[in-house]
Design a protein around this ligand. Structure first.
Ligand code: MV4
Length: 453
């Protein structure tokens, strides 16, 4: 096992990685910005190094600053967490050149998956189902028009360098394609420094379902089932659960088998997530791959009993999956996660400031991942996620009941949080029935606004 690991992140995920390291007897090095001096990841790591001013580009995203800290502390490896540098292939390359193990896939694979159209073609080649669309990027408006004609409207334009919903345009008729094509191209060029677009058949209000995988460095891949992530607003997930009520054992097994084979072909390593859209008929289509540990990984941990972060560390040390995982993988019960954000529950405006009271729920089937505490401060510079509330029960009904109880006992004073929003969602009939798609939040908020008037 590694002797010492640097955690290139902050907040709850930095603490989560520190905890996994501690269980494996690995020394930890935190890095922090000037705004995070009093953060728990700094307090609970064995060592901590300040890497710059509050703005992420001046600290957590500053590659020379992070690498310098790693060299000064003399670490064997860096865990990037999620966001920040986690899917930056250049950073992984600098780690490699500095003889520091990057805990994640090789930079070549990260780069492939970051180019969304290349990822799509790689998955197609490996027999993972994809949506009808362009073969590679579109070169001209004429090519876009011809492809749309062939695929059938509506279609969606996506940026090759995009992902996560940025720079997309839904096109419903040939008349509106020229304007939307040029707008999407300009927006992508501006946002990502690359204006290249590709096209897919547009699925109206799809479900968003993703599969967790683990791959070792010896060519072995396992799929740890799926997560249902359709409860999102403006591409920010709010609630995730596992398993998905919409995925039958047969479909789960089929996709799992296909993914294991295709990711082995691609040379994938470490933890990863494959995002799918589900159409109203229940078919799954690959859209993107995330080459990092994800925010919502605890719901998979709950239903499988596997510590995914410890698995990441052991894989990065060269251990085999057969030595890390139990011989048989099974789904145990049902898990749900609520993302508790520091934001106004109706206006969704960010809420920074000092937390004056903080009570974390616990007891049967409840897990809270947070780096916040009473008297702690939520700085205005970063992501608004301040806690993840995860519940596990024998079935979805038990998980829901535990979530309602835990939300009621989660007290945060001094700042606004999304806790009241979650409590309302858990009262919603459509949510409770489990019959929702990515249009859920829009419908829910419209209903709520109508009721308030
Ligand atoms: C789609 C789609 C429908 N059809 N792709 C959103 C996040 C990003 N990872 C991909 N996303 C979508 N891709 C096809 N072919 C619907 C979404 C989508 C969405 C798109 C536009 C506006 C809001 C959305 C909300 C959820 C999902």
């Amino acid at each position: 096992m590694f002797r010492k690991v640097l955690i290139a992140n902050r907040g709850e995920i930095a603490l989560r990685v520190i905890n996994a390291c501690r269980e494996l007897g690995v020394r930890t090095v935190a890095v922090y910005s000037e705004a995070d001096r009093n953060s728990l990841h700094v307090r609970f790591a064995d060592e901590a190094i300040c890497i710059g001013p509050p703005r992420p580009t001046d600290s957590y995203l500053n590659v020379p600053a992070v690498i310098s800290a790693a060299e000064i502390a003399d670490v064997d490896a860096i865990h990037p967490g999620y966001g920040l540098l986690s899917e930056n292939a250049n950073f992984a390359e600098v780690c490699r050149a500095s003889n520091i193990k990057f805990i994640g896939p090789p930079p070549e694979v990260t780069r492939l998956m970051g180019e969304k159209e290349k990822a799509r073609q790689a998955m197609k080649k490996a027999k993972v189902p994809i949506l009808p669309g362009s073969d590679g990027v579109l070169h001209t408006l004429e090519e876009a028009l011809a492809t749309a004609e062939q695929v059938g409207y509506p279609v969606i334009l996506k940026a090759k360098a995009g992902g996560g919903g940025r720079g997309m345009r839904i096109v419903r008729t040939p008349e509106e394609l020229p304007n939307l094509y040029h707008a999407a191209h300009a927006e992508a060029a501006n946002a990502f420094g690359n204006g290249e677009l590709y096209m897919e058949k547009f699925i109206e209000n799809p479900r968003h379902i993703e599969f967790q995988v683990l791959a070792d460095e010896h060519g072995n891949v396992v799929t740890l089932f799926e997560r249902e992530c359709s409860i999102q607003r403006r591409h920010q997930k709010l609630i995730e659960e596992a398993p998905s009520l919409q995925v039958s054992p047969k479909l789960r097994e089929e996709i799992g088998r296909t993914l294991s084979r295709s990711l082995a072909d691609i040379g994938y390593q470490n933890a990863g997530t494959i995002e799918f859209l589900m159409d109203p008929k229940g078919n799954l289509y690959f859209i993107e791959m995330n080459t990092r540990i994800q925010v919502e990984h605890p719901v998979t941990e709950a239903i499988t009993g596997i510590d995914l972060v410890k698995a990441q560390l052991r894989i990065a040390c060269g251990e085999k999956l057969s030595d890390i995982l139990p011989p048989k993988l099974e789904i145990r019960g049902h898990a749900i996660e609520c993302r508790i954000n520091a934001e106004h529950p109706r206006k969704f405006t960010p809420s920074a400031g000092k937390i004056t009271a903080f009570n974390v729920p616990g007891s049967n089937g409840v897990r809270v991942d947070t780096a916040q505490y009473a008297e702690g401060v939520v700085p205005p510079y970063y992501d608004s996620l301040i806690a993840k509330l995860i519940v596990h029960g024998k079935d979805r009904a038990e998980a829901m009941s535990r979530m309602e109880r835990a939300l009621g006992q989660f007290v945060v004073q001094g700042i606004d949080t999304s806790i009241p929003l979650h409590q309302e969602i858990f009262q919603d009939e459509e949510f409770r029935a489990g019959k929702f798609d990515t249009g859920f939040m829009e419908r829910f908020l419209a209903k709520r606004n109508a009721a308030a008037k």
